[in-house]
Write a protein that binds this ligand. Structure first.
Ligand code: TH1
Length: 828
C-alpha cells in the first residue's frame, strides 16, 4: 500500500477565483503587460495576457512554497536530467490550479475560444521521448504530493527538431520554442554560476607538505538559471524546474576584448553559447561527442553549486548535515559526471579528506537505469575526458583504484578477469570511462524502471555489482501523470469518471477500480464507447488537416506512437499491414473490421534505417489509401511532427495500442500506460511494463503475443536464422519481395528494399520475422473481439479501471519509500 501524501481539499486562493476576477486580470495584463488593447489584441497577445493572469496565482504558490521549504529546512530531492519533455503548460497549469473552467468562461465572455488560445503555445520539447516525458510526469507528481524537489536541466535554445515529410521522407527543421519569449519562465540573474572546462592540473604542496591538486581551467562559462514553476494539482506546492543557459563569462573575455581581440572574444562567446544551443536528438544512442560531455558537465556543475549555495545559507561550512538534506537522482548516466564533480568540490575546494568526501557522495546519489541497449550505454574516451575535464579524470581514476582494491580484490582476490569487467575504465586500443559503472559505484541505490527490466539490470548488466552490494538494487516501475494524460486530454471521459467513481481519481488513481463494477452495464458501455467515438471524430478532423487523408471514426483506430527504432518494431506493424493488403488483393471479399493504422514517430536524423522505415510506411500508405479495391478496409496515416501536444489528441481516440518491442529491449514504456488508461486495448509483447499491465488488466483484456525474454535468449543461443522464416512462410516471402519491386514506388524499384535487407542479410537483429506469425494472430484476435460491441466495450472499460497502478504518484511514492526517504511538506 502506498501512503497518501496529497491533500484532498483545494486550499489555494487561486481555487476561489471567479471568471469575473480572471477577466479583470486578463484585461489588466493586456494593457499593462502586453501594451495592447481588447480591440486590437492578437490571439497571441490574448494568450500571453491570460498566462500573465494565471501567473499571478502561480507565483503566489511559488513564494509560499519556497518560504515554507526554507523555514522548515526540509530534505529535498534534486532530479538531474538532461531532458524534460514538458509539452504545453497553459491548460496543464489551469487544470492544476482549478482555473480551467473559470478561464474558459472568462475568455468566452471576452469573445475568445480557450482552445484557440491554447494553440498559440509552442510545445516545450526539451527531450526526445520516454525518458524526458517521465521527468516531466515526475515533477508534476512531486509538486502534487507536496514533496520538496527541484528539477535541474538545460535551457536548450532549440528543443527536439520539428518533423516534416517531403515526398514521404523525414525532413528536420529547427525548433524555436522561445523565439518570442516564454511566459512561464523567470530568469534569475542573482543565481548565476560559473563553471570551468579544459586546462591542466598542477600538483602543489602546502606549508605542511600536503599534496594538493590545482586545476587551471582553460575556459570559464557562465550558467544563467531560468526557473519554470511546476504547479501541483489542486493548490498544493509549486516547485521549480531550474534550467541552465550557457553564456560566455564576462570576466574571461574582457582582456581579450580590450586588447583589440573583438573577433576572438565573440568567437568565445559563440562557443560558450553553443553549450545550451541544442538538444541532442538521439534517443538511446550515445554519440561520444565532446559537446555532449560539456553539456552534461555544465548543467551538473551549475546545479551542484546551486544546491551547495542553498545548503550553506542554512548550515554554513558544516557539511555533516549535507546527506540528510540532499538527495540527487541521476536520470540515467547522462548526469553521472556529477559524482566526480561533487568529489572535486569537497576534496579540492572544501579541503575534505577523501574518505569523508566519498562517504558523503555515496549517501547523496541514486541512479536510475533506463535501458540495456548496448548502443545507449555511455562511455567516454579517456583522451577526450582528459582534455575537457582533466581533474575529474584523475578523481575517477582514484575512485576506481580504491573500488578495485577495497571491494573487487577483497571479494575476488587476484581475479583479474573480474577487475577487467568491473573497472570503471575499460582498457583497450582506446581506453574508455564507463559511466554506468561509475554511477553504480557512486550511488547508494540503483533502480530499473519496470519489474522485468530491473531483474535484467541485475542479472545481465551488473551481476557482480549485485554480488558486492545486493541492497543497492531495487525497482521502481514507471508511471504517468493522470492530470495531463486523462483529466486534461480527455475531458469527456474525465466527467464520466467523476460521475461514476467520484472526483478523487486524479490524485488517487486506484479509485478507477470502482469502474470495473460497471463493465457489464450496457448503459455505461454505450456511454464509454460514445465518448471514444467522439474522441475519434475529433482525431479524424486532425488527421484530415495534417495529412489530407479522410478516415472513418467507425473503423478501429490502431495507434503506434513512440520514437522510431528497430527494437520498437514499427516495421513489424508495417509487414502486418502489407499482409492484410495482400489478402484483400487476393480475395476481394476478405472479411476484416475496417482499420486505420496511425503512426507518430520521429527518427534520429542520423539513423538511416529508421528513416527508411518512415519512408516505407508513407509510400505504402499512399498506395493503400488510394487503392479503390481496398474499399476503405485499411487506411494508413503517418502523423507528421509527433510530440506531446499531438499525443494528447491521439491517445483519447485510440482503440488499439501497439506495444510490440522485442522482449527484453523496452525497459518500460510509458505510452503503453497512457493508452490503456484512456481505454485502448494493448497488442503487445511480454516486455517492459506491458507485463505489469497484463497482470493488472487480466489476459482477457490484452492481446499478448510473441517470444518472451527467455525465449528470445534461447533462440539467439541456438542460432537465429531469419531466412528460414522467409523461406517457410509464403506470406512473409511475398511481402518482403514486394518491397523490392516498384509497386509502392512506381518507376523506382528497390526504394523500399532496406527493410528486407536488414531482415535477411542483416540477420534481423530484433527478431521481427520470428514474431510475425504471433503478431498477426494477435491482430486477428483484436479483429474478432471488436466485432462483439459489448465485449469490446467491457475490455476497454476494464483497461481504464485496472491501470491505477501506473500513476506517476505511485512511482514517486516508491522512490520516496525505497530511495529518497522524504517527508511531504504541506503548503497552505
Ligand atoms: C526510455 C526507455 O527506452 C523506455 O523504455 C522508458 O520507458 C523510458 O526511458 C523512461 O524510463 C529511454 N530513453 C532514453 C533516452 C536516451 C538514452 C537512454 C534512454 S532509455 C537519450
Amino acid at each position: 500500500m502506498t501512503k497518501k501524501t496529497t491533500s484532498k481539499k483545494p486550499t489555494s486562493a487561486a481555487l476561489q477565483l471567479t471568471a469575473e476576477q480572471l477577466k479583470e486580470r486578463i484585461v489588466r495584463h493586456l494593457h499593462a503587460t502586453l501594451g495592447t488593447d481588447v480591440n486590437k489584441a492578437s490571439p497571441q497577445a490574448w494568450w500571453r495576457a491570460t498566462c500573465a493572469a494565471v501567473n499571478e496565482s502561480v507565483f503566489d504558490g511559488l513564494r509560499t512554497t519556497q518560504r515554507e521549504h526554507y523555514e522548515q529546512d526540509t530534505r529535498a530531492v534534486h532530479y538531474f536530467s538532461l531532458e524534460y519533455l514538458m509539452g504545453r503548460l497553459f491548460s496543464n497549469n489551469l487544470h492544476n490550479l482549478g482555473l480551467y473552467q473559470p478561464a474558459k468562461q472568462a475568455l468566452a465572455e471576452l469573445g475568445h475560444d480557450i482552445a484557440e488560445l491554447e494553440d498559440q503555445e509552442e510545445d516545450m520539447a526539451l527531450g526526445n521521448g520516454g525518458l524526458g516525458r517521465l521527468a516531466a510526469c515526475f515533477i508534476d507528481s512531486l509538486a502534487t504530493m507536496n514533496l520538496p524537489a527541484v528539477g535541474y536541466g538545460i535551457h536548450y535554445e532549440h528543443g527536439l527538431f520539428k518533423q516534416d515529410f517531403q515526398a514521404g521522407r523525414q525532413i528536420e527543421r529547427p525548433d524555436s520554442w522561445r523565439e518570442y519569449g516564454n511566459p512561464w519562465e523567470i530568469c534569475r540573474p542573482e543565481s548565476v554560476q560559473e563553471i570551468s572546462v579544459y586546462g591542466y592540473v598542477e600538483t602543489v604542496y602546502d606549508l605542511q607538505g600536503r599534496m594538493k591538486k590545482v586545476w587551471h581551467p582553460g575556459r570559464i562559462i557562465k550558467g544563467v538559471p531560468w526557473d519554470i514553476p511546476v504547479v501541483g494539482y489542486q493548490g498544493s506546492s509549486v516547485n521549480v524546474l531550474r534550467l541552465w543557459e550557457s553564456r560566455a563569462s564576462d570576466f574571461f573575455n574582457w582582456d581579450v576584448f580590450n586588447s583589440g581581440g573583438y573577433i576572438d572574444a565573440s568567437r568565445e562567446n559563440i562557443e560558450a553559447e553553443t553549450i545550451s544551443k541544442v538538444l541532442y536528438p538521439n534517443d538511446e544512442t550515445e554519440a561520444g561527442k565532446e559537446l555532449r560531455l560539456i553539456q552534461q558537465y555544465f548543467f551538473c556543475s551549475c546545479s551542484l553549486k546551486d544546491i551547495i549555495r542553498r545548503y550553506k545559507r542554512a548550515h554554513g561550512d558544516n557539511w555533516s548535515k549535507f546527506p540528510e538534506q540532499v538527495v540527487i537522482q541521476l536520470n540515467d548516466t547522462h548526469p553521472a559526471v556529477a559524482i566526480p564533480e561533487l568529489m572535486r568540490i569537497l576534496v579540492d575546494r572544501a579541503d575534505m579528506h577523501w574518505d569523508e568526501a566519498w562517504g558523503i557522495c555515496q549517501q547523496v546519489f541514486a541512479y536510475t537505469n533506463h535501458t540495456l541497449l548496448p548502443e545507449a550505454l555511455e562511455s567516454w574516451s579517456v583522451r577526450m575526458f582528459e582534455k575537457v575535464l582533466p581533474r575529474h579524470l584523475e578523481i575517477i581514476y582514484e575512485i576506481n583504484r580504491r573500488f578495485l582494491l577495497e571491494q573487487v580484490d577483497v571479494r575476488w582476490p587476484g581475479d583479474n578477469d573480474k577487475k577487467r569487467k568491473l573497472s570503471i575504465i575499460e582498457e583497450g586500443h582506446e581506453p574508455m570511462v564507463r559511466m554506468g559503472h561509475l554511477s553504480v559505484v557512486g550511488s547508494f541505490r540503483v533502480n530499473g524502471v519496470a519489474e522485468v527490466h530491473s531483474k535484467l539490470v541485475q542479472s545481465d548488466l551488473f551481476p557482480e555489482m549485485v554480488a558486492l552490494w545486493p541492497e543497492k538494487f531495487t525497482n521502481v516501475t514507471n508511471g504517468v501523470t493522470p492530470r495531463r494524460w486523462l483529466k486534461a486530454c480527455n475531458p469527456r471521459l474525465s466527467s464520466m469518471l467523476d460521475r461514476l467513481v467520484g472526483t478523487d481519481w486524479p490524485t488517487d488513481l486506484k479509485q478507477l477500480s470502482k469502474l470495473a463494477a460497471y463493465a457489464n452495464d450496457p448503459k455505461v458501455q454505450d456511454d464509454f464507447m460514445a465518448i471514444k467515438q467522439q474522441n475519434k471524430a475529433d482525431l479524424a478532423k486532425v488527421i484530415q488537416d495534417l495529412t489530407g487523408v479522410a478516415v472513418d471514426p467507425a473503423a478501429i483506430f490502431d495507434i503506434q506512437i513512440k520514437r522510431l527504432h528497430e527494437y520498437k518494431r514499427q516495421h513489424l506493424n508495417l509487414l502486418h499491414i502489407l499482409a492484410l493488403y495482400r489478402r484483400i488483393l487476393q480475395n476481394p471479399d476478405y472479411d476484416m473490421v475496417p482499420r486505420v493504422f496511425i503512426f507518430g514517430a520521429k527518427a534520429a536524423p542520423g539513423y538511416k534505417l529508421a528513416k527508411e522505415i518512415i519512408y516505407a510506411i508513407n509510400k505504402v500508405a499512399e498506395k493503400i489509401n488510394h487503392d479503390k479495391r481496398v474499399k476503405d478496409r485499411i487506411k494508413v496515416v503517418f502523423m507528421p511532427n509527433y510530440r506531446v501536444t499531438l499525443a494528447e489528441k491521439m491517445i483519447p481516440a485510440a482503440d488499439v495500442s501497439e506495444q510490440i518491442s522485442t522482449a527484453g529491449k523496452e525497459a518500460s514504456g510509458t505510452g503503453n500506460m497512457k493508452l490503456a488508461l484512456n481505454g485502448a486495448i494493448t497488442v503487445g509483447t511480454l516486455d517492459g511494463a506491458n507485463i505489469e499491465i497484463a497482470e493488472e488488466v487480466g489476459e482477457d483484456n490484452i492481446a499478448i503475443f510473441g517470444l518472451t525474454v527467455d525465449e528470445v535468449k534461447a533462440l539467439r543461443q541456438s542460432g537465429y536464422h531469419s531466412r528460414d522464416y522467409y523461406h517457410n512462410n509464403p506470406e512473409i516471402k511475398a511481402i518482403l519481395d514486394w518491397l523490392e519491386t516498384d509497386y509502392f514506388t512506381p518507376g523506382k524499384p528497390g526504394e523500399l528494399a532496406a527493410i528486407k535487407h536488414s531482415l535477411l542479410e542483416g540477420g534481423d537483429p530484433y527478431l521481427v520475422l520470428a514474431d510475425f506469425e504471433g503478431y498477426q494472430a494477435a491482430q486477428q484476435q483484436i479483429d474478432g473481439w471488436y466485432r462483439d460491441k459489448a465485449g469490446w466495450a467491457k475490455k476497454a472499460i476494464m483497461n481504464t479501471a485496472c491501470v491505477g497502478k501506473f500513476t506517476s504518484d505511485r512511482s514517486i511514492q516508491d522512490y520516496v519509500d525505497r530511495v529518497w526517504q522524504l517527508t511531504p511538506c504541506k503548503v497552505d
